[in-house]
Design a protein around this ligand. Structure first.
Ligand code: GLU
Length: 282
């Protein structure tokens, strides 16, 4: 039987905190206990917020914690063409459309609506979905800045069957239905970086052969989007474990001395990796 594959996939847009440490340690422990592999992926598509210096600091923090991962480490910034290819495929399937709206346009258009996505943000009202083919072509030709959105209901309809994933966050496997429509027309290609977390995560979970995605509960609802993309792009769906979040408050509860500081701050104050592991239950 092939070995389960786990991954920890931090975004190096700041220093690592206790919440990251918990997720990384949980992935590593599950890999160890199941005879699986533990991979690392640096989700650094958001340049310049994610810098190489922050990546190096992150790797140093993880090594300090005593974590060992398989080499090579995947860095998303080195794979942008793969994300572009996937985006182009969805475009060729006529499931995406360019969106020229500014943040302000969206705020104005949604001011009167109560509709919210699963994260509580106003649902995009589909303004640019209704542009004529001529207007779209003209604005693209003029080089007007734009994002690309997934036409969600069309995408879901093209799959033609309800989607489910296995969630093991509570300890027992549960069959969860995907509710991707609740997200509306999500952005798949951001105006500023030319791709998005949703595209990159499904491409790379497949590329790395990940069988178990273990990550924070905050990403539970986004899994519905990932399922749709996996189906459209012919990628496998892993098992999911969405674990409770160790937020600042819990961090403080765990140990007053650990607080909400970064791992680097804690290390500088003389906290040992064993102290961190113990406080997090490892
Ligand atoms: N890079 C994401 C983060 O740091 C995690 C993505 C994932 O685990 O799917 O929040």
């Amino acid at each position: 039987m092939s070995r389960p594959v786990f991954r920890f996939a931090p975004s190096p847009n700041g220093r690592l905190h206790l919440g990251h440490a918990y997720s990384a340690l949980l992935n590593e422990r599950m890999a160890r206990e199941t005879g699986g592999r533990f991979l690392l992926r640096i989700e650094d598509i958001d340049r310049p917020r994610c810098t190489d210096a922050l990546t190096e600091a992150m790797l140093a923090d993880l090594a300090w914690l005593g974590l060992a991962w398989e080499e090579p480490v995947l860095r998303q910034s080195e794979h942008l063409t793969d994300y572009h290819d996937a985006q182009q495929r969805l475009r060729d399937m006529d499931l995406t459309y360019p969106c020229f709206c500014s943040r302000r346009d969206i705020a104005l258009a949604t001011a009167a609506t109560r509709e919210r996505d699963p994260e509580g943000q106003p649902l995009y009202p589909g303004t640019c979905r209704h542009l004529s083919a001529e207007e779209r072509a003209r604005r693209l030709a003029q080089g007007e800045p734009h994002a690309w959105r997934l036409a969600m209901d069309k995408a879901v309809a093209s799959i033609g069957a309800p989607l489910f994933f296995t969630e093991e966050g509570s300890g027992v496997p549960a069959r969860e239905p995907a509710h991707a429509e609740a997200w509306g027309d999500v952005v798949l290609v951001r105006k500023d970086i030319g791709t998005s977390y949703h595209i990159a995560v499904v491409i790379d979970d497949a590329r790395q052969g990940v069988t178990q995605v273990v990550r924070g509960r905050d990403l539970f609802h986004a899994t519905s989007i990932h399922l749709v993309l996996q189906h459209l792009l012919g990628l496998p769906t892993p098992l999911y474990v969405h674990h409770a979040l160790i937020d600042d408050a819990e961090g403080r509860k765990l140990s007053k001395s650990l607080g909400s500081k970064s791992l680097a701050d804690l290390r500088d104050e003389g906290v040992s990796p064993q102290d961190v592991r113990q406080a997090l239950g490892f």
